[in-house]
Design a protein around this ligand. Structure first.
Ligand code: FES
Length: 159
């Protein structure tokens, strides 16, 4: 499945450092609040391709749990333990290891993601304006505002 996918609720990204995770089809993704800007990336570490954030939501640095690489708002690893002795990555080397970005759109208090960075961010808002309850990714918004995500993982709450 590709296209816009419902990832979560904007209220879970209200503060700097908050993040949510999910999937676009088989692609693990995350969206994090970086000083007020929502940025989305593939949720796979550039070092040894580990899944980085493993819970649906949380707050903290974008840090891989395996060897503690920390990524910045551009998806670039800004802190790499033992870089001076082991990796020798300069700025260009770090930028070459940036996490692939994904598009992020917020509509109706919901957060959507798309694997294509050129995706039109107005589309999810149009769906909601049209009263669409079953979204193209298979997620369902019930009459009381509860959300059943395509993954069948209900994260609850009215939208
Ligand atoms: S696998 Fe992520 S820091 Fe090593």
């Amino acid at each position: 499945m590709t296209g816009w996918a419902l990832l979560g609720q904007a209220r879970d990204l209200a503060d700097h450092g908050q993040w949510i995770t999910g999937w676009i089809g088989s692609i693990p993704v995350l969206v994090r609040n970086f000083s007020g800007a929502l940025r989305g990336f593939r949720n796979v570490c550039s070092h040894r391709f580990a899944l980085m954030l493993t819970t649906p939501s949380g707050k903290g640095p974008l840090r891989c749990p395996y060897h503690a690489w920390i990524y910045d708002a551009d998806g670039v690893p800004k802190a790499i333990p033992f870089n001076d002795s082991d990796f020798h990555l300069d700025d260009a080397g770090r930028r070459a290891l940036a996490l692939p970005p994904v598009s992020v759109a917020v509509a109706g208090g919901l957060v959507f993601v798309h694997p294509d960075t050129g995706a039109d961010p107005v589309i999810p808002g149009i769906w909601l304006e049209q009263g669409m309850r079953t979204l193209p990714d298979g997620s369902v918004i019930s009459a009381d505002g509860a959300i059943q995500y395509r993954s069948t993982q209900t994260r609850g709450g009215a939208c």
